[in-house]
Design a protein around this ligand. Structure first.
Ligand SMILES: CCCCCCCCCCCCC[C@@H](O)CC(=O)SCCNC(=O)CCNC(=O)[C@H](O)C(C)(C)COP(=O)(O)OP(=O)(O)OC[C@H]1O[C@@H](n2cnc3c(N)ncnc32)[C@H](O)[C@@H]1OP(=O)(O)O
Length: 245
């Protein structure tokens, strides 16, 4: 298989810098990241296969979330380590960008899909599940092959092109799911705190969800633009100076 180094797309001096960066990462950190990325690729692959098998055997998406939720919860929660990787500096990317991405996913898994059983069979849940799965198989295999210095060009291409469609599709799936959850949250008053209470504070999960939905408007474009910048850097060799967090 052609690697990025072999496909002629590389730039000599840039490549030397990249190799230097990998060397300076340290053997232990590199070994850990290889293990982590292989485990995550395998986890999302298992999830993808489980979803495909479920759909082929049952011919419906109803019950799919319930059947794959354990694998999803485990591997999506494990992704919290990505924020740790950035914070300790073994991965050169923004803690803020990674934090927003990971926390929004954790929120969708635990505080929406897990907590509100009535929405688990919504088509929008399947939409974001499929989109996340394709994204993560591509992304983690990209990191793994990259760390091993044998990156097939089609994986690099997929990593920096699929998101153009998948990111908005995932956002649509997530927003429609939160929207579907609103009536249940309003009816049950779940996770809400009404006055009077001994803490003398009130919290309304229903309005919190509406705020979360609106927060996609400023936050999502920043993640998307970040990925477009990464795309220009990696696929077209543009040198981009990013501001620190
Ligand atoms: C509490 C309530 C919270 C509510 C919040 C509401 C927020 C709402 C807005 C959020 C919307 C999110 C929607 C989203 O969930 C929808 C989807 O995800 S749909 C699926 C499509 N998504 C994607 O394609 C994006 C996937 N995500 C990412 O790519 C990353 O998470 C992101 C942080 C966005 C970008 O990644 P990164 O900055 O790391 O870019 P690169 O991949 O190019 O990597 C940069 C360098 O870091 C090295 N790296 C990164 N991770 C690793 C790793 N695990 N192992 C090894 N190396 C790693 C990478 O190699 C690069 O290094 P270098 O530049 O040196 O080559």
């Amino acid at each position: 298989m052609a690697s990025s180094e072999e496909d002629g797309s590389g730039n000599g001096s840039l490549e030397e810098k990249e190799n230097g960066k990998k060397r300076s990462l340290g053997a232990l950190a590199t070994a850990w990241l290889i293990f982590y990325n292989i485990a995550m690729t395998a986890g999302w692959l298992v999830l993808g296969i489980a979803m495909a098998r479920f759909y082929i055997q049952r011919g419906t998406h109803r019950g799919l979330f319930r059947s794959v939720q354990k694998i999803l919860k485990f591997f999506q929660t494990f992704a919290l380590l990505e924020v740790v990787h950035c914070a300790v500096g073994i991965v050169h990317t923004s803690v803020l960008v990674t934090g927003v991405q990971v926390s929004s996913r954790i929120f969708m898994v635990w505080f929406i899909a897990h907590s509100i059983k009535q929405i688990q069979n919504e088509e929008s849940v399947i939409l974001f599940l499929v989109v996340w799965t394709v994204t993560e198989i591509t992304r983690y295999s990209f990191y793994t092959f990259n760390l091993l210095n044998h990156l097939p060009y089609f994986i690099k291409w997929a990593r920096y092109n699929f998101f153009i469609i998948l990111y908005p599709a995932g956002v649509v799936g997530e927003l429609l799911t939160i929207y579907a959850a609103l009536p249940y949250v309003k009816k049950t008053g779940m996770y809400s705190l009404r006055l009077p209470n001994k803490y003398n504070v009130s919290f309304d999960y229903y309005y919190f969800l509406i705020i979360v939905m609106f927060s996609y408007i400023p936050l999502f474009p920043q993640l998307y633009l970040h990925m477009l910048r990464q795309r220009r850097k990696v696929l077209h060799g543009e040198v981009i100076v990013e501001k620190d967090d």
